[in-house]
Design a protein around this ligand. Structure first.
Ligand code: NAP
Length: 203
């Protein structure tokens, strides 16, 4: 797949490295693609990676993953608008402290024809870099559109090394975010630390 990762920080960089290693073409969408830390990330992606402005990265890709601050999402998706239609769009952003952590609303308002998923937001990035904890592969609880796009989303989750667990359609995005709240509570209030993830056990 040709994947645009919008944001080159902790989460964008981690996902980009994983997908490049899995053989996908990755373009980092950045406000300043020439910035040294963006170029350093491109160097880590080998021959399958490059950087571009955000609009160009989106234009060239089938998959768009947002990994920018949640507060920046209304402006970011608003300026892209219908360019996201028809694409698989993954919202990995968290609007920490806001009543709604995800940006599904702004994305679907800007691009009603996008295949939107809520994923890659419930753990710290270290657990995406290394999704096996105590010898067990972590699950990735996610929500999003049914159909062929869901199969592609699950492949992208597997390519990071996580096991996908679908909670349903986009009406379950808030439910995904409950995992985020539990993760934060356990990691910080209960002092379990950031190397922590969840597993569904079936009998
Ligand atoms: N860190 C985690 O463990 C983790 C886990 C899951 C989800 N998340 C979520 O993922 C998102 C990114 O987190 P992060 O830790 O990767 O942050 P980060 O390391 O600070 O990186 C943020 C990235 O967003 C870009 N950015 C900042 N403001 C922007 C704007 N107004 N418009 C466009 N791009 C902008 C930055 O680019 P510039 O160089 O241009 O500033 C940078 O590439 C957040 O929503 C966070 O809640 C984080």
């Amino acid at each position: 797949m040709q994947i645009a990762v919008i944001g080159s920080g902790n989460i964008g960089g981690t996902l980009a490295r994983k997908w490049a290693a899995a053989g996908h073409q990755v373009v980092i969408g950045a406000r300043d693609p020439a910035k040294p830390d963006v170029q350093e990330l491109v160097g880590q992606l080998g021959g399958v990676g490059r950087a571009a402005g955000i609009a160009d990265a989106v234009h060239d890709s089938d998959v768009v993953v947002f990994a920018v601050p949640g507060a920046a999402m209304p402006d970011t998706v608003g300026s892209l608008g219908s360019a996201l239609n028809g694409k698989l769009v993954i919202d990995a952003t968290n609007n920490i402290g806001a009543a709604v952590a995800n940006s599904v609303g702004p994305i679907t308002a800007a691009a009603p024809g996008a295949h939107v998923f809520r994923a890659f937001n419930i753990y710290g990035f270290e657990n995406f870099a290394d999704p096996v904890l105590g010898g067990v592969q972590a699950d990735m609880f996610y929500a999003g559109t049914d159909g062929a796009a869901r199969q592609q989303a699950e492949r992208l989750i597997r390519d990071v090394g996580l096991n996908p667990i679908c909670l349903g359609g986009l009406d379950k995005a808030e439910l995904v975010d409950q995992f985020l709240r539990i993760w934060f509570t356990l990691a910080f209030e209960q002092k379990k630390g950031r190397r922590m993830a969840f597993k569904l056990l079936l009998g």
